[in-house]
Design a protein around this ligand. Sequence first.
Ligand SMILES: [Zn+2]
Length: 316
Amino acid sequence: MIEPFRCPLCGGTQSRPYKTLRDRIAGTTDATFQLVECADCRLLRLHPQPSAEVLDAAYPDDYAPFNRPGLSGRAKRLLERKGVRDIWDYLQPPRAILDVGCAGGELLDLIRRAGNDDVYGLEPDSYAAGLARQRGLDVTEGYLETAGFANQRFQTVLLDHVLEHVDDPDLFMAEVRSVLSGGGAVVIWLPNVASDAARLLGSYWMGYDAPRHLTTFSVETLARLLDKHGFRIVHVEHEQSGVEWAWGVRLWCRARLPALEPWLARLHALAILAWTPLGIVAARRKRSGRVRVIAVKRPDPDTANPVTYVEAQPKT
Ligand SMILES: [Zn+2]
């Protein structure tokens, strides 16, 4: 029996079909997945949610975030290094940093090299957690809800393409709030469905990534979730990237002209570069399909949880 729909953001029980999706990126199943829109707040969810078996199969060991081979991996690392500099105010000592869903620990490693070694990772996949430990990082294997971190243990929580994967984003954000000290920050990278790429690429937009993305956010629905959990957004960055367009064309060809796949795979890094002007236009319009949102925890009303860090704007 299918569980009735219940929106984790607004509690609404009415939904309408939005898109029918397939696992186009990893191809771990031939099944189709229904993305529905909450009739009240317009949050997008897979409904019904994929089974545990489907999700287990959907994260193979060569799942991209666990490994970073090749030219595009190195280019990505350069970009991430710049990204760390851009938000250094939220990463620098004496902040204790928790990266939830840290995968192989790339981002934490960059932060450590940049000058803060008070960094911790949390990762449910044992293979990925092992990779991160090989870098000498302090990584807990598991989920935030059960990891047992002390209240207000951290000053910054990083969610790098994680929120769209979690089972219940409402419960999850409550946990994020509890491990953050007053005035602490959460930095969220995620796909934005209110984007040119999502509109023009349709079900070939990589941001849908069924069945791994259980929830699909827009900046607006994310803002609502953050507000609900006592966070105030201080910065929204629209990424200037050709990656969604390169993937969109590649996924379309995979479905319609599969003979081209080996060529497109070889030219992928070049394609990302070639599509970057479109990414720049989308970012200028504040319609990028990839965003980075920084939000600060409002202090609890009681004085037991005072603001310990002064907010700073990221360097531009
Ligand atoms: Zn809703």
